[in-house]
Design a protein. Sequence first.
Length: 385
Amino acid sequence: MKWTLRAGAALAGAAAASAFGAAGVAAADPAFPGPSALTPRPAVFVQTNNPSGNQVIVLAEHSDGRLSELNVASTGGVGALASGAVVDSLASQGSLTYDPVHRLLFAVNAGSNTLSVFSVLGRDVDLAQVIPSEGEFPNSVAVSGNYVYVLDAGGTGAVAAYQIFGTRVFPVPGDVRSLGLSNTDPPNFLMAPGQIGVSPGGSQVIVTTKASTSSFDIFQVGAGGVLSSTPVVTADTGNVPFSFLFTPSGQLAAAEAGPSAVHTFSLAAGGTLTSLAALDDGQAALCWIATAGGYYYVANAGSNNLSGYTISPSGTPALVGPTGVVATTDKGPIDLAASQDGSTLYSEDGGAGAIDEFHVNSDGTLSDLGSVAGLGAGIEGIATD
């Protein structure tokens, strides 16, 4: 593995070194050894979403779970701000997605309506391609097998499908599906669809519409990655479904911003969802969800904290500890990601422009490891390799 950036370094320059060099935990804590003293581990990628020029920041993950800034690469596009957004500039989950099978990193450029494709080798990233997103304000991307699906949140909303060939992607002919929404461009942060994802078997593509229609729109995936012409729609009236993931038992676990709850569903082969159980955490604006160490963690942007859950094999959620709150943050936690081994949870603090680091304890509580600051307010999108 190399410690230098192979492409895009010229765009980072001395300014990036100045901005980040003194900000990382390694620089702030003299007791924390530098990169050369630690065994190289996987990288953590963060998207700046800067309207003047979007970038991906590469952070080195060390053996204790803490991070240090490594390098910066331009996406070749520009970021954007959802109307009315305060800390969640893209109002979405999954705007930066890593595909370990093809070693590709996908980043949306909401301000230029494009998708950037990076090839990844260790901690080296090379910009391989910038391609139109086939719609307005792309804010989420998902990968399944050899196919990539991009969510466009502006205007009527759309889902576009691409196929991977080597380090490049190509549109699946005629495979752009409208969501039939009535959003502006940029969309309002409450009305913008929140996430695109794929079922565990790859046969269904799921979109959360948040307050636009407060529903889950589910497309069937046919031969060659072609999507069904229309989705099966499951209403989640008033709950504002924002983001989701799948449990080991195959249930869909959704973060609902309306009641600040985790809500589980069973997903049928035909695309319908059946409610199983829901549990609120008593906090505000529960919007993002991730799993680490067998636990499920949610970011409460309105109350500046994180909550922890367990989910039983039957799909019943329960809070970790008496209240569920396992950590506090500075200015609005948003996207979450876990280290490869599940021992560390990383929380993107959008308002503070920082990544908060937490060790995942055996009982589901979190221990604060510190943070990497100075990444720029408005960051949104985090992925681990």
